[in-house]
Structure formats: structure tokens, C-alpha cells
Design a protein around this ligand. Structure first.
Ligand SMILES: Nc1ncnc2c1ncn2[C@@H]1O[C@H](COP(=O)(O)OP(=O)(O)OP(=O)(O)O)[C@@H](O)[C@H]1O
Ligand SMILES: [Mg+2]
Length: 326
């Protein structure tokens, strides 16, 4: 405004003295207004550019973040890719954030191909930690984990994780529709394969009641689904992935008894011929397991068939008494 008033003042004086015509003054003022407007817009754009630069910095930081897990430079090819035998050899593990307390302490466990093993034990015993080590989200502190006899640190991460299907304790749902969310289990799957897996996982039952069926948007982090519905999506993903090792971490904990029994049929089909590790607090869900491993404070305290463990007077028998009321 100051500039315009100044120009008007000088221009009016000059027009008065006859050194400039009224038309020249008018056109000059019009140009000046145009230039002033553009400079104002440029200032705004510059602000946007600076904000974008700040955000890009943060994005680049994330893109360049390096995992603490180092992949071996010369990965071994897989032995027997279609089956999974697991061996934990004297595995101990501390979380990096808590180096003084062992999350797992001297775990030795062998699981044969096709076997179903249940992991039970109090909250915080280290059950989920065992799964995280198998998937190599962390490396063991001492000892070693073998898949078909190969140390998992000798395999490429892609090969290792490709052979493991997991239903996590807290499934992640992406902000996409139901179909795409299930397809995340195996990106190359056709729509029909996705729907067949959805049927086995009892997803179809609730998806058909959503406004747009499989095309319904599930919301940021699956906020438009119930806990049990999110679990069923995660189970459908695992069924679709069709991997030789299946890890179920409290996979059916949020379901009512009726849905759980229906789902169990689908899960049984998925578990057939596969090595399966099941974590469950509800002991009724693990009665069909070949073997139960009881963990407490990061150690294995008992192993045996459900029947055998009930007869002993250990932790499992105590938990079973509380749950089954016998
Ligand atoms: N990221 C982490 N950093 C540090 N400590 C952790 C981390 N995750 C888990 N822990 C600790 O490790 C121990 C075992 O945790 P874990 O998640 O394996 O328990 P859990 O047996 O799966 O329990 P729940 O039945 O409640 O799921 C706990 O004492 C926990 O506090
Ligand atoms: Mg857990």
C-alpha cells in the first residue's frame, strides 16, 4: 500500500507538471498492481516449498533407515522348501531396550514337520518373542534357530519370511478395501483365490453384510472393523499365503465361541500337513495340539500332550483347573 501511495504521489505530481500523461500513469499503476500480486503469490509458494522440504527430510530419513538385522551376503539356498522343521538350540534373548532381563532363557525345542505345537503360559512369558525370533525381527543373543537344519541367519530374509505365515496378536489392517487387505497374504493371488481363503476364515460371513462387500473400505488401521473381524482378515491372509510354517498368536482370542468353532474348521484345513505353532490363553483351543509347551519367565517349564500335562501338578494343570473348573 505504501509503495502504491508513493507511486501515485510522484506520478500525480509529474502529470501535474506535464512530464507524464494521465494514461501513462494509469497503465503504470495497473502494471505495478499486477507485479505486486505476483510477488505476493510467490511468497506463499515459497512457504509451501519450505514446508515440503521439511517433510521430505523426514521421509528420506525413514527411507534410509537401516534395519538392525543384517542379511548375510551369501545366502544359502533353501533345503526342502515345502516343509518346515524347527529347532531352537539353547536360545537366549534380551530385547535391545532391556538388556539386563532375558526375555528368553536357554530355550531348546525341536518341532517336526507337520507337527502342531501349542505355546501356553502367563502373559509376558515370552511366547510372542519366540515368534519374533523365528521371523528374524530380532537376532538371538546366544544359541541358534534352525529351519530344516539351516541356521536362519544363513538364509535370505525373503526366503525365510516367505515360508512363514503369521496371524499376529495385533493384526495390521491397511487403509484399503477388504479384498486388497486379504490379498496382502499373497500379492499374486487371483480374486477367486482371495475369496476362497476368505470363506475358510469366516470373513465372507461379515463382508457380505458390509455396504459394498469385498470392495468396502476398511478405514485407517481397520477402525471400521471389530477386533474379531480384524483377526479373521489376518487369518484369511495366512490361509492365502499357503506357507509350510503357520504361526498363530492368539488368532481367535477375540471371537465368540460359535464363530471360533466355525473358524476352527477352516484353520484345521489350513493346518493340515503344515507345521503349526499356536499361542493361546484359552486352553480349549489347544486341546487338539500334538504337544503343549508351557513357558514361564522366558523358560520352558513343561512339555507334553494336553492329557499328560493335566495329570501332572504343574503350571499347566493349575491353569487348566482355573479354566475348565475340574
Ligand atoms: N520390544 C520390546 N522391548 C523390550 N521388552 C519387550 C519388548 N517386547 C516384549 N518385551 C518384554 O519381553 C517379555 C516377553 O514378552 P512377550 O511379548 O513375548 O510375552 P507373551 O508371552 O507374548 O505375553 P502375552 O501373552 O501377554 O502376549 C515381557 O516381559 C515384555 O515386557
Ligand atoms: Mg504375546
Amino acid at each position: 500500500m505504501g509503495t502504491i501511495i508513493f507511486v501515485l504521489w510522484v506520478g500525480a505530481n509529474q502529470a501535474n507538471e506535464g512530464r507524464m500523461t494521465g494514461g501513462q500513469l494509469a497503465s503504470f499503476i495497473l502494471y505495478a498492481a499486477l507485479v505486486a500480486g505476483s510477488v505476493g503469490t510467490m511468497a506463499e509458494v515459497w512457504g509451501d516449498v519450505m514446508r515440503a522440504a521439511g517433510a521430505t527430510d523426514r521421509l528420506l530419513e525413514l527411507l534410509h533407515a537401516e534395519s538392525a538385522i543384517a542379511e548375510t551376503a551369501t545366502p544359502q539356498p533353501l533345503h526342502q522348501p515345502s516343509q518346515a522343521a524347527i529347532r531352537f538350540e539353547q536360545v537366549s534373548f534380551h530385547y535391545p531396550a532391556r538388556s539386563q532381563v532375558a526375555a528368553l532363557d536357554d530355550i531348546t525345542l525341536e518341532i517336526a514337520p507337520g507337527e502342531t505345537v501349542a505355546l501356553v503360559g502367563p502373559s509376558g512369558a515370552g511366547k510372542t518373542t519366540l515368534f519374533q525370533l523365528l521371523l528374524r525381527f530380532y537376532d538371538v543373543t546366544t544359541g541358534c534357530i534352525r529351519l530344516n537344519g539351516q541356521d536362519i541367519r544363513q538364509l535370505s530374509l525373503h526366503d525365510l519370511r516367505n515360508r512363514i505365515a503369521i496371524v499376529p496378536q495385533d493384526p495390521v489392517i491397511f487403509s484399503a478395501n477388504a479384498l486388497e487387505n486379504i490379498r496382502y497374504g499373497r500379492l499374486a493371488a487371483s480374486d477367486n483365490q482371495v475369496m476362497a481363503a476368505a470363506k475358510l476364515a469366516q470373513v465372507e460371513e461379515f463382508v457380505n453384510r458390509l455396504p459394498k462387500g469385498y470392495q468396502t473400505f476398511l478405514g485407517e488401521r481397520g477402525t471400521r472393523l471389530s477386533g474379531g473381524q480384524r483377526q479373521r482378515i489376518a487369518i484369511a491372509r495366512a490361509i492365502l499365503k499357503n506357507a509350510p510354517l503357520l504361526l498363530l498368536d492368539e488368532a481367535t482370542s477375540a471371537l465368540d465361541a460359535e464363530s471360533e468353532i466355525l473358524l476352527q474348521e477352516g484353520l484345521n484345513a489350513a493346518m493340515k500337513g503344515r507345521t503349526t505353532l499356536i499361542i493361546a490363553h484359552r486352553l480349549a483351543t489347544v486341546q487338539k495340539a500334538d504337544r503343549i509347551v508351557v513357558l514361564e519367565h522366558g523358560r520352558i517349564v513343561e512339555t507334553g500332550t494336553p492329557g499328560d500335562l493335566r495329570k501332572q501338578s504343574g503350571l499347566y494343570a493349575r491353569l487348566a483347573r482355573l479354566q475348565f473348573d475340574v
